[in-house]
Design a protein around this ligand. Structure first.
Ligand code: FE2
Length: 289
């Protein structure tokens, strides 16, 4: 009986707080205190479960342990058409084998941006799985078979990816949204409890902040959020979680710019190799096997 009693008490306390916060009978100062107490203790937070994926939608998250990159394999289970988001060169064979084993046809290898920390697997995948095409934002300046502008849809089977221009980490960053499945792939624009650095590749902290707040944080809060990297082993977040707990993006724009301008991060180790290769869709310097 102890647990039901406790949860009943906490429900009653929550209702009392909510009523007191908005009641005309509560003095203004006390209302202010209660609102602050509620937000500090997250009493009013409403976490809504994500919508289940549809039965014809395949989702698989893959990981590269060297660059801590997540690659996402998505497919239409009826037509078997598949896409890979942010493939990594060293893992292209793994990804190609998986696509083949599962009986999929790779239609596109999509890149959220021109990465500085690893070489894209797009170029090699095109050779391993002939017929597939590479995609990146036009604004990235990188070579690809298809260049996206904001709003250009990408389809596989009956599924549709909507494209959002979210520059800030780089000038060519895009986020990919699948509304029906309730998920967004944010690249390095929003990382779990963080965001990509903005001090190279024409990065701009103010643009990143504005784009996140106007285009990603305005999506339904229960949307799953999948980043391009995670260095702590967290695999998934949600729009609500990042709106609530992201230590940088919950700040004001000025505070955010201040934080980003004072990160003093070291020069990225692989940038001198990755950028020239990624500009060519990762097709030069492909491992010979
Ligand atoms: Fe990046």
């Amino acid at each position: 009986m102890r647990l039901p009693m406790l949860s009943m008490f906490s429900a009653l306390r929550q209702t009392a707080f909510q009523q007191a916060q908005h009641s005309a009978a509560t003095p203004l100062l006390l209302q202010k205190y209660l609102r602050k107490y509620s937000s500090d203790n997250n009493i009013n937070a409403k976490m809504v479960a994500p919508t289940p994926f549809s039965k014809d939608f395949f989702f698989r998250q893959l990981f590269d342990e060297t660059s801590c990159t997540y690659t996402y394999l998505l497919a239409d289970l009826n037509t078997k058409e598949a896409v890979l988001i942010d493939p990594v060169l060293e893992k292209a064979k793994r990804d190609a084998n998986l696509v083949t084993e599962l009986g999929f046809t790779l239609k596109y290898a999509l890149n959220t941006h021109m990465h500085a920390d690893h070489i894209t697997g797009s170029g090699w995948l095109k050779q391993l799985l002939p017929g597939s095409k590479s995609i990146i934002a036009k604004a990235s300046g990188a070579k690809a078979d298809i260049h996206l502008n904001e709003g250009d849809p990408v389809s596989f089977g009956r599924h549709r990816i909507d494209t959002l221009a979210t520059p800030g980490h780089t000038n060519g960053c895009m986020s990919f949204v699948i509304h029906e499945q309730g998920c967004v792939f944010t690249g390095d624009t929003v990382l779990i409890r963080g965001c990509g650095r903005t001090d190279f590749q024409e990065g701009d902290a103010g643009h990143l902040y504005d784009n996140v707040h106007s285009k990603i944080f305005t999506l339904p809060e229960n949307f799953r959020l999948y980043p391009a990297h995670d260095y702590k082993g967290t695999m998934e977040s949600s729009v609500w979680e990042e709106k609530t707990y992201n230590p940088r993006l919950t700040k004001t724009k000025q505070e955010f710019i201040e934080i980003m301008n004072n990160l003093n991060l070291p020069y990225p180790k692989k940038i001198d190799v990755s950028l020239p290769a990624n500009r060519e869709c990762g097709v030069y310097d492909i491992p010979k096997e």
